[in-house]
Ligand binder design. Structure first.
Ligand SMILES: NC(=O)c1ccc[n+]([C@@H]2O[C@H](COP(=O)([O-])OP(=O)(O)OC[C@H]3O[C@@H](n4cnc5c(N)ncnc54)[C@H](O)[C@@H]3O)[C@@H](O)[C@H]2O)c1
Length: 259
């Protein structure tokens, strides 16, 4: 895929899937803005891209703050003159627990990032992409938007909201040649998955390796999804090969949870 001379903002690029997205887009020639609340992680990703000969620009971002989102777009326009792709990947897994034990604060804490953050990033992307004459937004949801997880009501509801937001925006923004799609990852290998497996192992009194082997069996391919696979699908969705794809939610789950 050729993303030469394109500018991509990737939120949550400081680790995990966001880092893989950043490395992947840079490898296809895009200039990558790594926007994260974790400045150290964002800087590390930027260093990795630069060492490989790519262009990277780390920017501090709190997606739940409208002022921070506006400052991000301002900084990117000043640096690159515009934006082609916005990949909204930042998200949090918790707080977790049975719904009756979740406080309103727990609910709001997750969804301030998983839902409000997506809304703010999309809202302020629209005039920026419209000025470019075309653009692509990709919102990272989860298969748990479609197949619920126990003890994750706030997360599942928030990720389902991301799909609704994406569809509404695809309808609204097609007139400006802006495409908006969702990627729904399954279980992706990385720091977050390791923490979830550790928790599952302790709860079931088994080893980390046993918990991993059990979970992999959800996939007919018997594997977790490498984060680079999310990057490959995102790059395809941004490319002209996907010029007529908008409003879609694409599972990238190694066949786990076919929903
Ligand atoms: N890992 C999985 O198995 C999996 C599965 C389905 C969906 N997802 C989704 O994919 C996305 C990335 O997941 P991951 O596994 O890489 O998670 P992760 O926890 O490893 O990384 C999330 C990133 O988001 C950043 N972030 C957190 N709060 C932020 C904020 N307020 N503003 C800006 N950045 C913030 C973090 O600093 C971090 O760099 C998330 O939206 C997640 O819900 C992950």
């Amino acid at each position: 895929m050729n993303l030469n001379s394109k500018v991509a903002i990737i939120t949550g690029g400081g680790q995990g899937i966001g880092r893989a997205l950043s490395l992947g887009f840079a490898s296809y020639g895009a200039s990558v803005v790594i926007a994260d609340i974790n400045d150290t992680g964002a800087q590390e990703t930027a260093d990795m891209i630069r060492e490989a000969g790519g262009t990277a620009f780390p920017v501090h971002l709190d997606v739940s703050s409208e002022a921070s989102v506006q400052a991000l777009y301002g900084a990117v326009i000043e640096k690159f003159g515009g934006v082609d792709f916005v990949i909204n990947n930042s998200g949090v897994a918790g707080p977790m627990g049975p719904t009756e034990s979740l406080s309103l604060e727990d609910w709001q804490k997750a969804n301030a990032i998983n839902v409000d953050g997506m809304f703010l990033m999309c809202k302020h992307a629209i005039p920026v992409l419209r000025a470019r004459g075309k653009g692509v937004i990709i919102n990272i949801s989860s298969v748990s938007a479609k197949r619920a997880l126990i003890g994750r009501a706030n997360y599942c509801a928030g990720k389902a909201a991301v799909i609704g937001l994406t569809r509404a925006l695809a309808l609204e923004c097609g007139q400006w040649n802006i495409r908006v799609n969702t990627i729904c990852p399954g279980a992706v290998a990385g720091p977050r998955q390791d923490a979830i497996l550790q928790h599952a192992a302790e709860a079931a009194g088994i080893t980390f390796e046993e918990a991993a082997a059990r979970k992999k069996k959800n996939s007919p391919l018997n594997t977790f999804v490498p984060p680079s696979q999310i990057a490959e699908v995102a790059a395809f969705l941004c490319s002209d090969s996907a010029a007529l794809m908008t409003g879609q939610d694409i599972n990238v789950s190694a066949g786990a949870w076919m929903c």
